[in-house]
Ligand binder design. Structure first.
Ligand code: SF4
Ligand code: SF4
Ligand code: SF4
Length: 301
């Protein structure tokens, strides 16, 4: 065997003095994607930690309860008054499960002491009563959503409905009413300046655009199956979407009103049977909606 180390099989070759440093092999597309996913996951964890810390800090400093008390959310039909509702709802999500249009959501961390409590964001997805029988109340195991309040919980003045609401979709049924005794809120024309009817304008197209995910039951399409609002375009000479899609009989109509300067205009007018379901708010085609439901609002003649 030779004494020359170059001849030894175990000896590593000496790098040439002028040869470049070894380069890392290029990452494959799959490796790059996996690395990006890891970075995204780290960012999400960090975001959650910061958010939790912020919420905890706010809660401890007393700011959150204050903010929460000032923030009103639409609760599902039949909800007890806010304090009683939050005390009796066990956040089981049963009401969420039965809703055919997924109108009911569960509040997340940023909602403070109402974490997990069900609510409805009507502009995104209103309760259109396509379940026909207020199924969310039926599903509630604790009475946080109830057809009739117990006697020791007095209804707030104006919160009670004068009569059970008649569901337009059930008008030909032997029993056309909904078993609902208190309203969720009341619709108000909060931005009259943007209402198309008041401007004498019609509307053509998809009420909320092609990407809107909200769904609704259209009687003329299918009595039992809600479809995407985006699949039901309109072409109306005078905008009346809030009126034509309101599921409750005689809750809203387009009326001729006389303005301060004597001019006459058409506008939606909300009536006492309004239950505050939010369908009018969801379908109003202007941004932001001209008509909105005020949560827990009572009827004022
Ligand atoms: S009443 Fe409204 S919120 Fe409740 S299950 Fe029926 S559609 Fe959903
Ligand atoms: S849908 Fe909106 S813009 Fe149209 S009449 Fe009703 S409130 Fe006015
Ligand atoms: S006016 Fe609006 S909130 Fe009131 S019942 Fe009709 S759609 Fe629902």
């Amino acid at each position: 065997m030779s004494d020359d180390p170059k001849d030894s099989p175990s000896a590593a070759p000496e790098p040439a003095a002028s040869s470049p440093a070894p380069r890392k092999p290029a990452l494959t597309a799959a490796q790059r994607m996996s690395r990006e996913r890891q970075q995204q996951a780290r960012r999400r964890v960090l975001h959650t930690i910061l958010l939790s810390g912020g919420v905890m800090g706010a809660a401890l400093s007393g700011w959150l309860p204050l903010a929460y008390a000032q923030r009103q959310r639409l609760r599902p039909p039949g909800a007890l008054d806010e304090k009683d509702f939050l005390a009796s709802c066990i956040k089981c999500g049963q009401c969420v499960q039965v809703c055919p249009v997924n109108a009911i959501k569960l509040a997340d961390l940023v909602d403070g002491f109402g974490v997990g409590a069900p609510y409805i964001a009507a502009r995104d997805q209103a309760c259109d009563f396509s379940c026909d029988a207020v199924q969310c109340i039926l599903a509630c195991p604790t009475g946080a959503l109830t057809y009739h309040k117990p006697d020791f919980l007095k209804p707030r003045s104006g919160a009670g409905l004068a009569a059970k609401p008649v569901l337009k979709a059930k008008q030909k049924d032997p029993e056309p009413t909904l078993n609902l005794t208190e309203r969720i809120g009341v619709a108000r024309l909060t931005r009259p300046e943007s209402c198309l009817a008041l401007q004498g304008k019609g509307f053509k197209g998809q009420a909320r655009g092609a990407d809107f995910k909200g769904r609704m039951r259209y009687m003329e399409v299918d009595r039992w199956k809600p479809i995407p609002v985006a699949d039901h375009p309109y072409d109306v000479p005078e905008c009346d979407l809030c009126v034509r899609e309101c599921p409750v009989a005689q809750a809203i109509s387009i009326e001729t009103v006389t303005l301060a300067d004597g001019r006459q205009r058409r506008q939606p007018v909300v009536h006492e049977p309004c239950v505050g379901c939010g369908v009018c708010e969801m379908v109003c085609p202007v941004e932001q909606a001209a008509i909105e439901v005020v949560p827990r609002e009572v009827w004022r003649a």
